[in-house]
Design a protein. Structure first.
Length: 301
């Protein structure tokens, strides 16, 4: 098969592994810089152009769309879908997962476990929002933040009020969530492909750090999932409509709760922690599912 990986950097671990795994399975794999793609939108022959020429037909694309280019990146994926190319993650699903508020509302509607969350726009609602999520300590998150940036732990109501007032004063959109103390600064990253969890690791934040992101000094280790954790991860991926994703779960006193669903999960940490060839599993999924115009969410916005 002829497969394209949409990535801004061919030297990133995840991008390199996808190329290696695809070629090892006999596929032709091209790395395409998403922002260098541009679109010819016509009635009968939509195309994606790249460095002055139309790209050839691909059987499938693997989108690795960074959060900072979500709008343009999903437009490129959508163009491939219009051309009949199978996309591992569809444009609608990527956009859905990138909107933190929308994704939480969708997960809530489907009964997926979540930390109690508040959202407000006006400063005069701050005290009630904090009260409704259980009071301090609370976690305050910028909706546009990624990789732990823009996340604040407020340990008193007064601190929470001050932080929220500052963000609202800057016209920033924020979420306020209950702090899951019993998680102990750790979360579980579940890698979902299709309808199953293929790998999972526990990420432990560095000492004194409540965020467990590996690039912030956290460590990763193999973890055995409970049936509830496994079901929560699979259900979250299904609600988002993502075929390949990372689902971040906290272990709370009231069961597993989803913190985030990541449509472009990094492969380095989880492959090293679990010793599993996740990249090869992604290509196995493509081999079993890639068909022309096989876009489930076509026309659903």
């Amino acid at each position: 098969m002829k497969i394209a990986v949409l990535s801004r950097n061919a030297n990133l671990y995840s991008t390199r592994r996808l190329r290696e795994a695809g070629e090892a399975r006999g596929h032709e794999v091209d790395i395409i810089d998403t922002l260098h793609c541009y679109m010819d939108i016509t009635k009968s022959n939509p195309t994606v152009r790249y460095h002055g020429q139309a790209l050839p037909h691909y059987d499938a694309v693997i989108p690795r769309i960074g959060a900072s280019i979500t709008f343009y990146g999903t437009a490129v994926v959508r163009q491939f879908e219009m051309m009949g190319t199978f996309s591992v993650n569809e444009s609608v699903a990527i956009s859905r997962s990138r909107d933190k508020l929308r994704s939480l509302q969708l997960l809530s509607r489907k009964g997926v476990g979540l930390p109690r969350t508040g959202f407000a726009n006006k400063a005069d609602n701050i005290k009630d929002v904090i009260k409704n999520v259980g009071g301090a300590p609370v976690v305050i998150k910028l909706l546009e933040g990624t990789q732990g940036i823009g996340v604040v732990l407020a340990d008193t109501n007064k601190v929470a009020e001050s932080v929220m007032e500052a963000f609202i004063g800057l016209k920033a959109n924020i979420l306020v969530q209950e702090f899951i103390k019993e998680a102990g600064g750790a979360d579980i990253r579940c890698l979902v492909i299709g309808n199953r969890v293929v790998a999972a690791m526990k990420r432990q934040g560095a000492e004194g750090e409540f965020r467990s992101n590996l690039h912030r000094g956290g460590s990763a280790s193999l973890v055995k999932l409970s049936p509830a954790e496994r079901a929560t991860a699979v259900n979250a991926a299904k609600v988002m409509g993502l075929n390949v994703c990372g689902v971040d779960i906290l272990q709370s006193s009231h069961g597993p709760v989803v913190m985030e669903v990541n449509s472009s999960p990094g492969l380095e940490g989880i492959e090293q922690a679990t010793n599993k060839d996740v990249a090869a599993m992604i290509f196995k999924f493509i081999e079993e599912n890639a068909k022309p115009h096989n876009t489930r969410t076509r026309g659903k916005g």
